[in-house]
Design a protein around this ligand. Structure first.
Ligand SMILES: [Zn+2]
Length: 485
């Protein structure tokens, strides 16, 4: 399903030529420089990112009270952090610390060449959001890098792009009003990439519309690309009986939330095209984009990424660690070693795709969601997902959504939202898979059929919930911040 895995400078230059800059940007070279950066010699890559890091550290250590105090407390000087390899000498910066130091993390004044653009809030699923002021340069990089991702995905810039998201993540209506359910937002050009390039139309629809309405909407609008949450893609597949709602859709883009290999297979089969994955955060902007070889390449023009173990040191290749991001373009609030709470696999060696931008492997969920689960929990969750994926089509037809819940005593309930009653064979197959996966555990599974499954906090759907998970975001950091000598 993926496009050809390997690429090189020449084919990316040709792909970039298919994008026509708007008149007012004609002759701009920044997009050509992005292409060149993707294939630089790794040592030169390293030298460039180290230089960018040094200037962020210098600024933070002199102008930002939080970092001034931190350096004083640890006896470090700005010159002690010269390369990415030196970063573990600084502690992690988690969301709670950012929330408690919103003022101290901002400089007394911005450099003369910078302007404040606005404040981004991170989408905490409960509790107070994290508020991050961004400079104009930092915000603009999001649009610049969005186009890089679309080029990697080989999207046709003149196609229609459809988004299904929460209303507060879509553009506002006149008067700053949120889009209503049932209504379609329309733009003449794509969001973000359309700020610089000629593109086709862009349309938006609320994810809070019923799945059947989303399917009708896609069938009517006939977009070429669809971007929405991983779970929403899966719900559309289930509700449409694994038949694409619109033959026009050539590719989908899964934004935020985890996309398991089983979900990816189902979505690619149903829509008959690849699922693309950018990775970003409101606190930072665009962070990385997944290439056809399955690695997430970091946008080093905008940020640096470490995959760190429990001690904040580099995770060994092949093992899982926390994704830490250092922002390079936002002096309004320099975030250094920001703990995203996401986990990814550390990788090593050159990527088969040919790009030399540093990379990390598969994103494996949120630390705060899985850190406190009893051993074996994810095996059992995987057994249910796999049994559902392999369910014969005729049996699965009534299924619309599913949600597995684990209570404190490790009793599990699988809720199945169905359009009509399921055949008894459906439950039998799941219980068989459950027993086989958990032969050494005595965890009961109850299966119940329901009409619908309500959305979680913040309007997001989770297909697995557990009483062992802390209430997201309100949790204090699991480990105290550490400082290496
Ligand atoms: Zn790659």
């Amino acid at each position: 399903m993926e496009a050809a895995i390997q690429t090189d400078l020449q084919s990316e230059i040709e792909a970039q030529r298919r994008w026509r800059l708007l008149e007012k940007f004609s002759g701009a070279k920044r997009f050509d420089r992005l292409v060149e950066n993707e294939f630089r010699d790794p040592e030169e890559q390293q030298a460039r990112t180290d230089a960018a890091l040094q200037s962020v550290i210098q600024f933070a250590a002199t102008e930002v009270p939080y970092y001034r105090d931190l350096m004083a407390a640890t006896g470090l000087r700005a010159d002690d952090i010269r390369t990415v390899a030196d970063l573990p000498r600084l502690p992690l910066l988690d969301k709670v610390t950012v929330r408690h130091n919103t003022q101290a993390l901002q400089p007394g004044k911005l450099p003369l060449t910078e302007r404040l653009h606005g404040v981004m809030t991170s989408s905490g699923s409960t509790g107070a959001p994290t508020r991050i002021p961004h400079t104009r340069r930092s915000v603009r990089m999001f649009s610049v890098l969005a186009q890089r991702s679309y080029r990697w995905f080989r999207l046709d810039p003149m196609g229609t792009f459809a988004y299904i998201r929460l209303a507060d993540q879509l553009p506002r209506r006149p008067g700053r009003r949120y889009n209503r359910d049932g209504a379609t937002l329309r733009l003449d050009r794509w969001r973000h990439a359309g700020e610089f390039f000629e593109t086709g139309r862009w349309i938006g629809f609320n994810v809070t519309n019923p799945v059947a309405a989303q399917i009708d909407w896609l069938a009517n609008e006939q977009p070429r690309y669809l971007a929405t949450y991983s779970e929403t893609l899966e719900h559309i597949c289930l509700a449409s009986g694994d038949v694409t709602p619109a033959e026009s859709i050539a590719a989908t883009m899964a934004i935020s939330e985890q996309l398991t290999p089983a979900m990816r297979r189902r979505v690619e089969q149903t829509f008959g095209g690849p699922v693309f994955r950018p990775y970003g955060l409101n606190e930072i902007g665009a962070v990385a984009t997944r290439c056809a070889a399955g690695r997430y390449h970091v946008h080093t023009e905008h940020c640096l990424v470490e995959v760190a173990d429990e001690d904040g040191q580099p995770a060994r290749p092949g093992t899982r660690g926390r994704i830490l991001v250092t922002a390079l373009n936002n002096p309004a609030m320099p975030l250094i070693r920001y703990d995203t709470d996401d986990l990814a696999e550390a990788v090593d060696g050159p990527c088969p795709c040919g790009r030399t931008l540093p990379a990390f492997g598969d994103i494996q969920g949120r630390y705060s969601r899985i850190a406190f689960l009893p051993e074996g929990t994810l095996t059992m969750v995987g057994a249910v997902r796999s049994a559902l994926e392999h369910m014969p089509r005729a049996l699965a037809r009534p299924l619309r959504k599913f949600q597995l819940h684990q209570d404190q005593a490790n009793h599990f309930v699988l809720r199945l939202a169905v359009a009509s009653p399921l055949d008894a064979d459906f439950a039998r197959r799941i219980l068989t898979a459950w027993r086989e996966a958990g032969a050494d555990r005595d965890w009961p599974l109850e299966i119940v059929e329901v009409d619908d499954i309500p959305l979680g906090p913040g309007g997001k759907f989770q297909d697995f919930t557990s009483d062992h998970m802390p209430k997201a975001d309100e949790a204090e950091p699991a480990t105290p911040a550490r400082v290496s000598p």
